[in-house]
Structures are given as structure tokens and as C-alpha cells.
Design a protein around this ligand. Structure first.
Ligand code: UD1
Length: 374
């Protein structure tokens, strides 16, 4: 039997936990598929990339394109130029891209132009906010993909509205949850709480809030950073804050001379980005999470931990309707009001959405076994 060649594309941190379960599932069918892991190098710091490969048990990538940072145009073009060469040399039967980062659209576009089938993992999510680079990446990737693998039912409606034919849409579930379930035990055993000294004198756990912040609209300008600074000052009077800081946010704090102001908030701990297990452990044990991330809105819903999302909109409305997420925008007042609700025990409870069950990778690989048998 001739093996089908599949490329799995990763580039930025949130891609790794989506591709790892799929890589492992394809490996079970090694007589049918030859799978290559392609890393564009969009994220390159060890803490943003290499350590995740280790935690998620991913092998070294088969190709590393080393594109690094740059403006959107430069980064996207550099990925396209380098990945096209790989495609021409290797001629895969299928390219699978994930999420909404620049690596996603760049590699999808390369493949589509060479008439190589593209599958988009996490298709159909829409924030309806085209000022976000991720929304443009999502729209464009979905428009040129052959297989739209959706994580939740609302995504089907969005795609149909855009004229995507029904027979290209596959409801497979949320693959990030596969990773959470696979690694949950190891995350539970992480010693990050002890490392951060998050224990009280009587050895019970101290309550804390986990913060992540990296969206351009929140961290790229001084006004937004000042709002965050003021909010964290207020919140830190109520509860301890742990903030693993994304390189983009750190860079901008430095640029606007605000790093010391953040550092000097008592009860706020700024730490470098941390690995997958440690971060999971912090999410599972936090009193609540304040974030502008996409994936964390979903992970907190799975863990049943309240999440305040510092954005005016979300492409993941199911985390609000069914889960534990609430939009608060970049507003100190709103964040303080919702935090008070949580601290008083008055916040909503959530449930886990359909097919967030750890079996998404299985469903996806079955689709391609069937497709290639046709
Ligand atoms: C990217 C994604 C975003 C995702 C986020 C997760 C796009 C358009 N955005 O944003 O959707 O939520 O990843 O982290 O693809 N940098 C480093 N080291 C690194 C990577 C980045 O120092 O390993 C710094 C560089 O200064 C770079 C900046 O962070 O200029 C931004 O990196 P970039 O990859 O452009 O976008 P992210 O903000 O990470």
C-alpha cells in the first residue's frame, strides 16, 4: 500500500497542544500514513516552543523553517516562501493547519495554490472583529480549506453563512481537550505551587488569580497597559496574582517604561512563560483566570474554573453560553465587579460542551482513513 503523506503545521505556542494528539493518533496507522511535523519557527524562544515539545512528547520537527519575528507581512511572506519549497520537494497528499496564527494562513495558502488538499483544525470560529489579525487568518484559511474540522456546533452555522458547502464541514470536537486529558496526571503532579510558594503557613493552598495577557490591543499601547496596571493594583488588594508574561507583553512594558511599575505591585508575581504541565496546574488550582487568550477560555471551561476574558468579543461563544467564561473588556470596573462576584461565590457554573471529550484526534484520523480509501 502506498502511504499517504501528511504534513502537520505548527508555528506558535497554541498550535503545539492541538497537533500533539493528532501526531500521536496518526502514528498508530503508520502503515497508512507518513506524517511529517513542520515547525515554521514563528515562536522560537525555548519557553514558547522547545519546552512544549518536551512536555507534549512531540519529536523534533522534520522541517524547521526558522522564520522568527517580523511584521505581519514579513512573517507571513517568509513562511510562504520557505514552506513552498518544502511542499514542492515533498508533495504531501494533505496539509493540516491549526488555529488562527500567521503560520496557519501562510501554509494553507501555499498548499491550496499547489492544489494540495488542506484541512483546518479549529475551523469556523468567528469573533466578527476584523481588526484582530487572527480573525483575518481564520476567515482566509476557512475560505481555502477542503476539510473544515470544527470544535463546536456554532462553527457550522458560521461557515454555512459564508457559503462553505455542508459536505466540507466535520464536527470533530475540541482537540486541545485531548491534550489536557492525556497530560492531566502529569499536570496534577507538577510542583509549581510549591515553587511559587503558593502555600499558606498552615500548608493549605493560598488563593490566587492566574493572569495572561498578550493581545496587541491590550499590550501594544501605553493606554491599555496603564489600564491593566491600575486593574492589577486594585485586584491585588483582594487576592494574590500570578502573571506568566508573554514576550510581546514584556517587550512593550519595557518600551513604555512600565516594567518596574508592574514589578512593584505587592501581591503580583511576574514570572517568565511556563511549561504546559505547570500552566495546567495553575489553571486547575486558580480561584479564577483573567486572560485575553483564546485557548484558555476553553481550558477553563473544561476545568470549571471561572474565566474573565479581557476582550470586547470572543470567537468562542460556547465558553460563555455553556462554560465558565465571561467577557469583561479592558475595563477595571468590569473586572473588579466580576471578580467580586467570584470571590463571593456568586459566579455562574458551566458544563463541558459536546465532543470536548479527549477523542477528537481519533475522529479526525478516521475521517482521513475513510477519505483516502475512497
Ligand atoms: C501569536 C499569534 C496569536 C497567538 C499568540 C500565542 C499571530 C498573528 N498571532 O501572537 O494569535 O495567540 O501567538 O502566543 O500569529 N517573541 C519572542 N519570542 C518568541 C515569539 C515571539 O520574543 O518565541 C516576541 C517578538 O518580539 C515578536 C512578538 O513576541 O515580535 C510577537 O510575536 P508574534 O509571533 O508576531 O505574535 P504573538 O504576539 O506571539
Amino acid at each position: 500500500m502506498i502511504k499517504k503523506k501528511v504534513h502537520l503545521i505548527v508555528g506558535a505556542r497554541p498550535n503545539f497542544m492541538k497537533m500533539a494528539p493528532l501526531y500521536r493518533e496518526f502514528a498508530k496507522y503508520s502503515e497508512q500514513f507518513e506524517v511529517k511535523l513542520i515547525h515554521t519557527g514563528q515562536h522560537y524562544d525555548d519557553r514558547m516552543s522547545k519546552f512544549f515539545f518536551i512536555d507534549l512528547l512531540l519529536p523534533e520537527p522534520d522541517e524547521y523553517l526558522e522564520v522568527g519575528s517580523g511584521s505581519h507581512g514579513v512573517q507571513t511572506a517568509r513562511i510562504m516562501e520557505r514552506y513552498e519549497k518544502v511542499l514542492l520537494a515533498d508533495r504531501p497528499d494533505l496539509v493540516i493547519v491549526a488555529g488562527d496564527v500567521n503560520s496557519t494562513i501562510a501554509c494553507a495558502l501555499d498548499a491550496a495554490k499547489l492544489h494540495i488538499p488542506v484541512a483546518h483544525l479549529e475551523a469556523g470560529l468567528r469573533s466578527w472583529d476584523r481588526s484582530m489579525p487572527e480573525e483575518l487568518n481564520r476567515l482566509m484559511t476557512d475560505a481555502i480549506s477542503d476539510y473544515l474540522l470544527i470544535p463546536s456546533k456554532d462553527a457550522r452555522f458560521n461557515l454555512l453563512q459564508e457559503g462553505i458547502p455542508e459536505n466540507k464541514i466535520y464536527f470533530v470536537g475540541n482537540i486541545m481537550i485531548d491534550s489536557l486529558i492525556q497530560h492531566r496526571k502529569k499536570a496534577e503532579n507538577s510542583n509549581i505551587l510549591a515553587k511559587l510558594d503558593l502555600h499558606k503557613a498552615d500548608n493549605t493552598r493560598a488563593d490566587f488569580v492566574l493572569i495572561t495577557m498578550h493581545r496587541p490591543s491590550n499590550v501594544d499601547n501605553e493606554d491599555s497597559l496603564l489600564i491593566l496596571l491600575n486593574t492589577f493594583k486594585q485586584l491585588s488588594e483582594k487576592i494574590r496574582l500570578i502573571f506568566p508574561i508573554h514576550p510581546r507583553a514584556r517587550k512593550n512594558m519595557k518600551k513604555y517604561n512600565l516594567e518596574n511599575d508592574f514589578e512593584s505591585i505587592t501581591n503580583l508575581m511576574l514570572i517568565d512563560p511556563i511549561g504546559y504541565y505547570d500552566f495546567m496546574k495553575l489553571q486547575m488550582t486558580a480561584k479564577f483566570v483573567v486572560t485575553d487568550s483564546g485557548g484558555i477560555q476553553e481550558e477553563t471551561t473544561f476545568f470549571g474554573i471561572p474565566c474573565l476574558t479581557v476582550r470586547p468579543n470572543t470567537e468562542r461563544p460556547i465558553t460563555i453560553v455553556e462554560g465558565t467564561n465571561e467577557l469583561v473588556g479592558l475595563s477595571a470596573e468590569k473586572i473588579m465587579a466580576e471578580s467580586a462576584k467570584i470571590l463571593q461565590g456568586n459566579f455562574k457554573m458551566g458544563r463541558i460542551p459536546q465532543f470536548w471529550d479527549g477523542r477528537t484526534a481519533e475522529r479526525i484520523v478516521q475521517i482521513f482513513i475513510n477519505e483516502f480509501e475512497k
